[in-house]
Design a protein around this ligand. Sequence first.
Ligand SMILES: O=C(O)[C@H]1NCC[C@@H]1O
Length: 357
Amino acid sequence: MQLNRMLHLVSAHNEGMRGDVVVGGLPAVPGESVRDKMLYFQEHLDHLRKIIVFEPRGAGGPVNFVVPASHPEAAFGYIIGLPTEYVAMSGSNTMCVATVLLETGMVPMSEPVTELTLEAPAGLIRLRCECRDGKVTKVSFVNQPAFVYHHRAPVEVEGLGTVAVDVAWGGMTYAIVDAQALGFGLGEDEAGDLVSAGQRIKTAAHEQLQAVHPLEPRFNGITQTEFAGPLRTVDGVLTSRNVVVVSPGGIDRCPCGTGTSARLALMHARGEIAVGQPFVHESILGTTFTANIEDTATVGDYPAVVPRVGGQAWITAVKQIGVDPSDPFPSGFTLADYWGDISATDRVGTSGAHEAD
Ligand SMILES: O=C(O)[C@H]1NCC[C@@H]1O
């Protein structure tokens, strides 16, 4: 056997959504913050993301690269790579990383609760991890502030006509649309149609609406569509189903932590939820996140909320992945049958590491 570029991975899933966590094998990644490390990674080490995400080795990601934190309060940093972009923050990936760090002993576990701080490219993320018998049974994190860029902006979408789109930041930028108004009940049988509509909505919103983070202009552009189901009350708790379409065209299997954060900002702006009020967000699989608004804030001129989002992750595999020096696909490949026209959506870095226009 000949393998170089050997990476050590612990794979996990969070409420159904995969998240590989690279815990060893990386070269040094320079940068004064994890955001800077992400920028360096994108420019100089992107082949390592492709090895894990693309075929013939990968299963579409996402992947997290654990790196030393730059901030003294954080135990570790993590760089988050999705199929078409590096992102400032991700809920499912944060829960996978925390679970892997604790269950492998990379961070000492205290039962029944381990308080942990990690450094995402978006900044410090404070986590509360409930632990029992060596297992992490729930991870909740306080996200960086979420806010709304556009309320019900009219967007011309191919095949759908004029669609009212809310645009909100929750660590990634979401075009949020009313699922019911577009004829979707958000059932598993609609997965293909949701992806098709979601990709068209996201592309149109990205082209027609500006969204540039006021504190970090590199976090710009609309890269996700979130179909918001109706709000209802279940056992006295505000609840809603949602579907997020992740480029180049897959449904987030979990309720989506950054999407939940964006939705909380939108609901708060509309007066649909109060600070501290519990909210349950459901995925297309029926898995759930608990969430609430911890506080209000401002980001630039935008009124914002500080979201807390919680769920559980499970480790699925421990493996090593590498590249045979004679392999014709050292950085993997994508094929349109599964990946669609990734060149059209290959905006690596758009929301995480893109020069502002
Ligand atoms: O939970 C989240 O925020 C995400 N899940 C996959 C795509 C998003 O980053």
